[in-house]
Design a protein around this ligand. Structure first.
Ligand code: ZN
Length: 275
């Protein structure tokens, strides 16, 4: 962990804020306001959260259910030792966006055809407020029904991470990602782009803390990671150990063959003795 580098006061209540190196959105320990750092001033951003709803035991139970999830899991996985289960509140920036893309180019699938047009789409776009971490933020479905205004009094368990990306930086990243996303959607209509320009209008940004459990387990002597959502217990991401598929299939085939042989033998025995 980096040291506290500077001290500023909360824009809402005036209490001293502790800022670690690299942090740009800092939650006040006293009133819970999210201070967005811009140059050397702060302003308060709308701050919500999804309070964690599951205990550590419930999360571990959920992990075991996932591990015993049928054919794709290697044998005996549900008995893996779980070596870590930690709750972290991750910061997200969520923006309501209106997007308009002007494009032109060529459609090549039925001969060569010139195409052009305008595509408009609205998205809620999410940006992880941390610079590092392999959390799959776009795949993660925020269970928005669990969202409530942030309350520092209730945020007692787990580790609350401040944002390392301020609102402007997050918007800049969102703009780039949306531009790429629009282009990938338009790949249905355009094979070769001549122009493709996206304009994004942002609504009010929201700073959101989401409860994420980071687990580690050991299978076959190797460590693996599992990420579970803390409001509904959904697996966000889980590493599945590579298993010896050929070996497993052979075992299944042999088991079926053994069962058939047993059936035939039983049939013979029954026919012999029941005559
Ligand atoms: Zn404050």
């Amino acid at each position: 962990m980096a040291d506290v580098v500077e001290s500023f006061n909360c824009a809402k209540c005036g209490a001293p804020l502790k800022i670690k190196s690299g942090e740009a959105v800092v939650v006040c320990d006293y009133c819970g306001s999210a201070n967005n750092l811009r140059e050397d001033k702060f302003y308060i951003v709308r701050h919500s959260w999804l309070p964690n709803k599951l205990s550590k035991d419930e999360i571990i139970k959920r992990a075991r259910e996932w591990m015993s999830g049928g054919m794709i899991m290697p044998p005996g996985m549900e008995k893996s030792e779980i070596t870590k289960a930690e709750l972290v509140y991750l910061p997200l920036w969520v923006f309501k966006t209106k997007n308009k893309t002007d494009y032109s180019g060529l459609f090549l699938r039925e001969g060569e055809k010139k195409v052009s047009g305008t595509e408009q789409m609205d998205f809620y776009w999410k940006i992880l407020g941390r610079r590092q971490g392999d959390f799959p933020v776009q795949e993660y479905k925020v269970p928005l029904s669990a969202k409530v205004p942030f309350s520092i009094e209730e945020a007692m368990e787990g580790t609350m991470l401040n944002g390392e990306m301020n609102e402007d930086e997050a918007k800049e990243q969102a703009k780039q990602e949306i531009t790429e996303h629009m282009r990938s959607l338009l790949a249905e209509k355009v094979d070769k782009f001549e122009t493709c320009e996206t304009k994004t209008e942002f609504g009010e940004g929201e700073f959101l803390h989401v409860p994420i459990w980071f687990l580690e387990f050991v299978y076959g002597g190797k460590p693996y990671k599992l990420v579970i959502e803390g409001t509904n217990g959904e697996v966000v991401k889980g590493e599945i150990p590579a298993s010896d598929f050929l070996g497993r299939e052979m075992k299944i085939i042999m088991a079926i063959a053994a069962a058939l042989i047993l059936l035939v033998v039983c049939g013979f025995v029954a026919m012999t003795f029941l005559r």
